[in-house]
Ligand binder design. Structure first.
Ligand SMILES: O=P(O)(O)OP(=O)(O)OP(=O)(O)OC[C@H]1O[C@@H](n2cnc3c(O)ncnc32)[C@H](O)[C@@H]1O
Ligand SMILES: [Mg+2]
Length: 193
């Protein structure tokens, strides 16, 4: 039995996000692993590196609900732009939408893009967030497939855009799937100690 003083073993995860598509993917990936709950708290997102943004988001979420939280921040990084827009991709999505996103790299030969997903778990206010990150390499293309989730239709991985894949296929190779693999390993290691 583990010590009751350790706050590190969650019985469920309280995923703080306002994004229904993210939530659906995380639910599907963690199905049967751990109970997932959700709260939609509008969190301020600071500027900084991928990790800094998630750490700050995680701290704010833990303080807002005064308890353990899971948060996630997603980036889309273009090699030709030295990894921008990165954590600011949301604002480019809102301004351009998926149908015009490819125009960002029109003047560049290199269309390489990397999808980055960083989860942060905090056991509560004052507990340092633990990060789990996954990265998937692909390229920015003209939109193909349904425009249901963010930039899915303009991110191509091995010949298919995320939007052209079925969900299980996406979750197997996606930035989010890889990050959650690490989270699952961490959860398993917590249970064993
Ligand atoms: O409440 P939070 O969790 O912050 O949800 P959000 O929608 O604000 O999400 P982010 O701050 O992480 O911004 C990431 C942007 O990328 C989009 N996005 C996130 N994951 C994606 C995925 O797997 N495929 C396509 N677009 C994605 C998302 O819709 C946002 O426009
Ligand atoms: Mg956000």
């Amino acid at each position: 039995m583990s010590s009751s003083t350790s706050p590190a073993v969650p019985k469920h995860l309280n995923f703080i996000t306002g994004n229904k598509n993210k939530l659906a993917e995380v639910q599907a990936i963690l199905e049967g692993v751990i109970e997932l709950r959700n709260q939609n708290v509008d969190l301020v997102e600071v500027q900084g590196t991928v990790e800094e943004v998630t750490i700050d988001k995680c701290r704010r979420a833990a303080e807002a609900i005064n308890g353990p939280v899971l948060v996630e921040d997603t980036c889309l990084c273009f090699k030709a732009m030295n990894d921008l827009p990165g954590p600011y991709i949301k604002w480019f999505m809102l301004a351009l939408g998926p149908l015009q996103m490819h125009k960002l790299l029109e003047g560049f030969e290199d269309k390489s893009a990397q999808a980055v997903c960083t989860f942060g778990y905090s056991a509560g206010p004052g507990h340092e967030p633990i990060l789990f990150q996954g990265r998937t390499d692909g390229k920015l293309v003209q939109s193909r497939g349904p425009t249901v989730f963010g930039w899915d239709s303009c991110f191509e991985y091995e010949g298919q855009t995320y939007a052209e894949m079925d969900k299980t296929e996406k979750n197997k190779i996606s930035h989010r799937g890889k990050a959650l693999d690490k989270l699952k390993k961490w959860l398993a290691s917590q249970v064993e100690t």
